[in-house]
Ligand binder design. Sequence first.
Ligand SMILES: [Zn+2]
Length: 367
Amino acid sequence: MTKTIISPSKYIQGPGELSNLSSYTTQFGHHAFIIADKFVTSLVGKTIAGSYAGREDRYTLETFNGECSKKEIQRLSAACKSQNADVIVGIGGGKTCDTAKAIGHYNHKPVIVAPTVASTDAPTSALSVIYKENGEFDEYLMLPLNPSFVIMDTKVVAAAPARLLVAGMGDALATYFEARATKRANKTTMAGGYVTEAAIVLAKLCYQTQIAEGLKAKLAAEKHLVTEAVEKIIEANTYLSGIGFESGGLAAAHAIHNGLTILEETHQKYHGEKVAFGTLVQLILEDAPKEEIEEVIAFCLSVGLPVTLADLGVSEINEEKLRKAAELSCADGETIFNMPIKVTPELVYAAIVTADSVGHYYQSRYR
Ligand SMILES: [Zn+2]
């Protein structure tokens, strides 16, 4: 029974870290191929240029078009080849980082990711989530290695809208419950083996950090301040949740997220916001203790994460559509089969509708 835990070689976090970028990329060679979308370039372009002042030949900054699709990965890979780059850098959101990882993989080059938000736990993983050009989930691209370096500039992260940090809390909220389910079911993880004790401990710390620091971090992030709580939440959303999901296992929460992408109304919501509701659905599906469900819902309500379908933008409950979402959650190869119970689309549909009712119940109680 082989147990495996994987991680990036180096995780770097602190205010102003992006201004040290050139010192990190030069550890891998002469030329860095950097991708960032237009918006991120307008935010950090000067910082990047400042980092490479007097060494402008050492980097290329290419604009990312915004979708981590096969077409965009091919386009940027070709640009990377033409620059003869030694290292690929992705600066931006989850899709930018995932695209950088895919480019590094296809070009056999090391990858550095520098997320400008802490809205998902994708950055540290050896995984890219590929989307269709219309925004629907396409497939997971499994990579042989994690990114070499992950750099979190907490000042940049705190400058982003607080809703993104909260979405990251939603993604991180699922981590422990999915890892726990995977371990209980004795299933293997994306790390390629059974769950280590280390991964479970990191996943649990991730959850405990959300409960203890989430609200404080949200309130500071709304004023774009870097406090100790913000630092802890950024680390939990990115590093703890990253190792936790990858080496601890994904289960129902993420599969339900994938199913919900079939509902067009949810496309306006962030990954982590849908995963938060997916977490609630998983807890109903596995019949978790009432106290646990209450703690999760109270947390979601305190930071403003969705607990009902209406919160996700689904104003009208359409049985046929919800049954389709449930079916998609149970597609072949989905992580929902890491649950320690026998899952069927019928059970998932019942859990989605019940989670919605439970969410409404507590919403009216806490108001
Ligand atoms: Zn996620």
